[in-house]
Design a protein around this ligand. Structure first.
Ligand SMILES: Nc1nc2c(ncn2[C@@H]2O[C@H](COP(=O)(O)OP(=O)(O)OP(=O)(O)O)[C@@H](O)[C@H]2O)c(=O)[nH]1
Ligand SMILES: [Mg+2]
Length: 282
């Protein structure tokens, strides 16, 4: 009722401004500059999520594997620049594909995000692109929301691909569409396999890990939704995942990453990792 009243009262120019300001709203933690205003300990835990769990881990455990990729804040700042759109470095949604023969012929190095439906793939991509809110990435509470592979171009530097989930309410043709893509896409440099950090590894995740192992192309495990559980549960789920990675995988990067798309935990580190893996920053 009030919304309607507001709309009819505004003149067209004001309405345009309202829409524009809605589109341009950047999340308050989207950039490193914004988090530099936070208390140092809080900022550190957003940048290096493992630091939050360190205190709960037995002193005898070697920390190296949890921090193999440990860039400086300056490295993260350099990576962040690539996530700002400009006339010479346009970030945009390019196209969607339902079948392998619809997949666009793009040459830039590509990374894709796979995982159970509802694990937070689209939300993570939305957070990565939070500095360019005009790039629309759709997320939903309903599992099985993303039905097609969606391709997002980051200038000529790299492409990020959002993939439909598997498991509950996933599109039936996941196997026909995504597996051939993972197997044959020549410019795919890394697959990110997402696992819900608040619930830990599920049967469907283990099947996905096995699939990635069979494909024998490099992939990285990421625990999502780390804001949804306490540090002890998260540490248990991380240690379980690390153990599986150490004992049963050969193509998985030996460090699992922690992210919250809601709180922006680990987003800056992941942006940096993507720019390194795609060779955008040496
Ligand atoms: N608390 C919390 N909720 C999250 C986070 N990431 C995603 N969600 C929620 O989880 C639900 C699913 O998120 P999506 O990003 O659409 O999940 P998806 O993996 O793309 O799902 P499909 O496209 O259906 O496969 C939404 O309600 C999100 O708001 C997170 O980091 N923390
Ligand atoms: Mg999705």
């Amino acid at each position: 009722m009030f919304g309607f009243h507001l709309r009819v009262c505004l003149n067209p120019a004001a309405q345009h401004k309202l829409v524009a300001s809605r589109l341009q709203k950047v999340h308050q933690l989207a950039s490193l500059e914004k988090i530099s205003a936070l208390p140092p300990k809080k900022a550190h835990s957003l940048l290096y999520p493992f630091s939050e769990l360190d205190a709960y881990l037995d002193r005898s455990v070697d920390r190296t594997q949890f921090q193999l990729f440990h860039p400086s804040v300056e490295d993260m700042a350099r990576a962040e620049k690539l996530f700002h759109s400009s006339p010479t470095h346009k970030i945009d949604y390019y196209t969607s594909a339902e079948r392998m023969d619809h997949v666009p012929a793009l040459k830039a190095p590509e990374v894709c995000f796979i995982g159970r439906s509802n694990v937070g793939k689209s939300s993570l991509i939305k957070s990565l692109f939070s500095l360019t809110p005009e790039v629309e990435v759709r997320v939903s509470k309903t599992p099985g929301h993303t039905k097609k592979m969606n391709f997002f171009r980051v200038g000529g530097a790299f492409t990020i691909v959002d993939v439909p989930g598997y498991g509950h309410r996933a599109p039936k043709d996941f196997g026909e569409m995504v597996e051939p893509y993972l197997n044959t896409r020549t410019n795919l440099v890394r697959t990110f396999l997402l696992v819900d950090g608040s619930v830990g590894l599920q049967k469907a995740d283990l099947i996905a890990l096995e699939m990635c192992e069979d494909i024998r192309r490099p992939y990285v495990a990421v625990l999502t939704k780390v804001d949804k559980c306490g540090p002890r549960t998260l540490l248990t789920n991380l240690l379980d995942l690390q153990e599986v990675i150490n004992k049963h995988t050969t193509s998985c990067f030996p460090q699992a990453f922690l992210v919250s798309s809601l709180h922006f935990t680990g987003i800056y580190l992941l942006r940096c990792l993507i720019t390194h893996l795609t060779g955008s920053i040496k």
